[in-house]
Write a protein that binds this ligand. Structure first.
Ligand code: ADP
Length: 502
């Protein structure tokens, strides 16, 4: 244990039977800023050491009673950190070596000059300062390590207590961490899987693919998400990101897993409610609509322009409500997975021709040109639900007519690209601003501006198109320039696997 010094001054004890040495040393050392204690005998010196904190002892070797070597031994046992400097009149190499062997720090021959003493004491003072500094650094390091340890265990506790599942893998897709929530959600036994490839731990191929792709740094869309169900009917949503090193290199993946079962059930209940209400409203509304049409027809003959105007507005509104209900029912059917179950061989050119013929009547009321451009090569027959395809292209062509001014031009083109058929519906109408393009596939989203103000709609057409294409295994892209027009491009897979074999 280090002697405790209450003042900042270091203390020195001078043990020598010669008074002149004690007095002379005290003068020099006090001037150097030390607190000085004096003793004329070894036993007296040891007593002082028991009462006061002392850092350096100047010790005479030759004293009556207990000699210097013996006192040195006692000091070593009492406190080995005290620096003992031997004062000897017999400054032989042997005595010096012996004293050093016993643990003395230095020695000074007797008689000595004040400067000699100053040099030796300065050296000892420097040594004490360095020792203190080293100790301080060691303590600081110890504290940092302790902090780090606490921080690590704190993070571990947090990860373990998270209600969401957390999975961490290395670059090979092997499990590095799996918190209890993850194990519970996936029905994995505690303590298993660490170090195993993810494919050996989890049954769902899509999930493993996602984890492996992110771990290997292949996944581009971030955060990459994947929705799936477990064998015990839980709906789970996984979203993952790569873990990047200092140089931006991929070190593995971190995946967050959330139980979305409650949300899914609520969503289903909401859809069922909307479907039920829509269904109940459809028949009475259609009846009102037809009756309004009849009354209006009679009124033309009776020539009552104001009533005629009011009733035609009412008829328009009921038509709007009927369209909304139709769209809501279509969406409910898509959500319930009740479309595209009736896949048949479809000749896309014939199907598009009949839709274009039908829509031409609408286009001609706005003096718009609507044409279908077929490829020279023969189109492959695809397997799809024809009613779903009619709804997709009916909606896209209706939009092109609605959002293109009178006299505009609309074109439907078909081409074959690798493994897919591409259908483009282009117009030279109002176009869509970039900020709206991401939103037009969201339910009830309608672009509101001076040009679209007078177009009636539900904001459900494009969500229906997107929903149907997802079911058909297709996709849709949009390119548009405000005031120049838009092109909606649909890709449908060419798959003959479920066509009837001849
Ligand atoms: P609705 O047409 O009933 O409003 P949609 O879901 O079909 O709903 O379309 C959403 C929005 O996308 C429309 O309100 C319209 O602003 C925009 N839009 C769709 N098709 C076109 C198009 N061909 N040209 C310009 N805007 C379009």
């Amino acid at each position: 244990m280090k002697p405790e010094n209450t003042s900042n001054r270091l203390s020195i004890l001078v043990v020598d039977d010669e008074e002149s040495i004690r007095e002379g040393s005290e003068r020099i050392l006090t001037r150097m800023g030390y607190q000085v204690y004096k003793a004329s005998r070894g036993s007296e010196g040891l007593e002082i050491l028991g009462q006061h904190p002392v850092s350096i002892v100047l010790l005479d070797l030759k004293m009556p009673g207990m000699d210097g070597m013996e006192v040195l031994g006692h000091i070593q046992r009492l406190n080995s950190e005290i620096l003992v400097i031997i004062i000897t009149g017999y400054a032989t190499l042997e005595t010096a070596i012996e004293a050093m062997k016993q643990g003395a720090y230095d020695f000074i021959p007797k008689p000595f000059e004040p400067d000699q003493l100053r040099i030796v004491i300065k050296r000892a003072g420097e040594r004490i300062r360095l020792t203190e500094e080293t100790e301080k650094l060691a303590q600081e390091r110890q504290r940092n390590l302790a902090d780090l340890g606490t921080e690590k265990s704190r993070i571990r506790t947090i990860v373990e207590s998270l209600p969401n599942g957390v999975l961490v893998t290395n670059v090979q897709g092997q499990v590095a961490l799996m918190n209890p929530a993850f194990q519970w959600l996936m029905g994995i036994e505690e303590g298993t899987c660490i170090g195993e490839p993810i494919d050996d731990c989890i049954q769902d191929n899509g999930f493993c693919q996602l984890v492996n792709d992110i771990s290997a740094g292949k996944e581009q869309s971030l955060p990459a998400t994947y929705e799936f169900t477990t064998s015990d009917e839980k709906y789970l949503l996984a979203s993952g990101r790569p873990v990047l090193g200092d140089e931006g290199e991929c070190l593995g993946a971190v995946v967050n897993l959330v139980d979305i079962t409650a949300m899914k059930v609520l969503d289903r209940l909401k859809s069922e409610f909307v479907a039920k209400v829509s269904h109940e409203l459809r028949s009475p509304l259609s009846t009102i609509h037809e009756q309004l049409a009849l009354v209006l027809k009679d009124m033309v003959e009776n020539e009552s322009p104001r009533d005629q105007y009011l009733l035609s507005r009412a008829k328009e509104k009921t038509q709007g409500l009927i369209s909304l209900i139709g769209d809501l029912l279509d969406l409910s059917r898509i959500e319930a997975g009740n479309v595209c179950i009736d896949c048949k061989p479809v000749k896309l050119d014939e199907l598009l021709k009949s839709i274009v013929d039908f829509m031409e009547i609408r286009a001609s009321t706005k003096n718009q040109g609507l044409k279908l451009v077929l490829p020279d090569e023969q189109l492959p027959v695809i397997s799809a639900d024809p009613r779903a395809l009619e709804s997709v292209f009916g909606n896209l062509i209706a939009n092109a007519i609605n959002y293109t001014p009178d006299g505009g031009a609309i074109e439907v083109g078909i081409s074959i690209v690798p493994e897919k058929i591409r259908i483009e519906v282009s117009d030279n109408g109002f176009g869509i601003e970039a900020k709206d393009i991401d939103n037009i596939f969201k339910r009830f989203y309608r672009v509101k501006n001076e040009k679209t103000r007078f177009v009636t709609g539900t904001g459900l057409g494009l969500p229906i198109v997107k929903g149907l294409l997802d079911e058909l295994g297709g996709s849709i892209q949009v390119q548009s320039e405000p005031s120049h027009g838009s092109t909606f491009t649909v890709f449908l897979p060419i798959s003959t696997s479920n066509l009837p074999q001849n």
